[in-house]
Design a protein around this ligand. Structure first.
Ligand SMILES: NC(=O)c1ccc[n+]([C@@H]2O[C@H](COP(=O)([O-])OP(=O)(O)OC[C@H]3O[C@@H](n4cnc5c(N)ncnc54)[C@H](OP(=O)(O)O)[C@@H]3O)[C@@H](O)[C@H]2O)c1
Length: 332
């Protein structure tokens, strides 16, 4: 097996600090040590992958490198009793695709705790339509539900709504009975309505008044994927005792705030991280995705690419032009 060749996206740093992506042949023996050797069937494109594939040192310190922070595939070799060869798994979180060769290669070798068994009701392809984006959206929606926000409390806002996390959050919130307001920079009202949005708002309108101390109460809760002035304004427009989940920084990482939303309206700002989610929680969330949040309509929404087309999709994501989810088919 060690001399088996496979294809992978290979990102190299060029002399002028630019980064080049190409599809190359690698050997299984070149993978790092690990308990599970997994033959990757599908991966997905997440914002973090786009950063890794374009030389972002906050995500990937060393190049050359193969990105891909999540994938689904079949265990080929296992040195642990929890997983047997032939079992289908989802591998995500921790260092996969950051400094460990990731799912944009046909094989990965990883610690067993990075994997969960593919839950019943899921297949590898569909699990990557969700991928880390869907998993993160599920964590955000769970936090809103466990905070005690109920549909009668009012609309729930989602920013970056046509993006991976955003569109999954729209669909999951709508399926859970909430009235969803989707904020987007694109003219994709039809798409957003089809996945469950009751209302589509131009994203610039969300940030209006972001520099004021407080704004009129509007949202019972919000899933924010973009940060910066949008998150500032959302915290000031959240209804009394509401919750805003924060998972992304596509617009900006900075937050210029006063304490007023917290001390005058009792707002909760909940940070969401998927990278270090413990295995038991990952299993539980994937079960929930495979159950109540398992939507057939996502099949039509996903765009499937091969390794050869992936670089172009990465550029489109970095430019903010992608809609929905891009999945990567690794099997020849
Ligand atoms: N915390 C975690 O564990 C975790 C996990 C997954 C993702 N994330 C983060 O969540 C964020 C979203 O990830 P993703 O995979 O959903 O990315 P994505 O598919 O690229 O979606 C991001 C969306 O944000 C909107 N957007 C783009 N540029 C913007 C700008 N300058 N200002 C405001 N909005 C902008 C666009 O949606 P519209 O055109 O519809 O507005 C875009 O589709 C990223 O920051 C990612 O790193 C974090």
């Amino acid at each position: 097996m060690e001399d088996k060749e496979f294809k992978a996206l290979w990102v190299t740093e060029e002399g002028d600090k630019s980064y080049k992506r190409q599809v190359v042949q690698r050997l299984v023996s070149q993978l790092p040590p690990g308990e599970l050797l997994v033959r990757v069937l599908y991966s997905s494109l997440n914002y973090k992958d786009a950063l890794s594939a374009s030389g972002n040192r906050g995500v990937t310190r060393r190049y050359p490198h193969t990105p891909g922070i999540d994938c689904a595939g079949v265990v080929e070799q296992s040195t642990v009793t929890d997983f047997a060869p032939g079992e289908e798994v989802i591998v995500s979180c921790f260092d996969l695709g950051m400094n460990t060769p990731g799912g944009f290669g046909q094989y990965i070798r990883v610690p067993a705790q990075w994997a969960v068994k593919l839950p019943e009701g899921m297949n590898p392809r569909r699990s990557m339509i969700y991928g880390t984006a869907g998993f993160t959206a599920a964590q955000c929606v769970e936090r809103i539900i466990s905070h005690g926000v109920v549909p009668q409390d009012g609309p729930v806002l989602v920013t970056g709504a046509t993006g991976g996390v955003g569109c999954m959050a729209v669909a999951m919130l709508a399926a859970s009975g909430y009235t969803v307001s989707a904020a987007s920079g694109k003219d994709e009202d039809e798409f957003l309505t089809a996945i469950g949005a009751a209302e589509v708002i131009k994203r610039q309108k969300i940030a209006v008044g972001a520099n004021r101390a407080m704004l009129r109460e509007r949202w019972a809760a919000a899933v924010d994927t973009v940060g910066g002035p949008y998150l500032e304004a959302i915290l000031k427009t959240c209804r009394y005792s509401g919750i805003v989940t924060c998972c992304g920084n596509v617009a900006a990482p900075e937050l210029n705030l006063t304490v007023y939303p917290f001390i005058l309206r009792g707002i909760t700002l909940a940070g969401i991280d998927s990278a270090l989610t413990p295995v038991l929680k990952r299993q539980r969330i994937w079960q929930r995705i495979a159950g109540e949040w398992n939507f057939d309509f996502l099949e039509d929404m996903a765009v499937e690419v091969t390794l050869n087309d992936l670089s172009e999709a990465i550029d489109r994501m970095l430019a903010g032009h992608l809609k929905g989810r891009v999945i990567v088919k690794l099997a020849d």
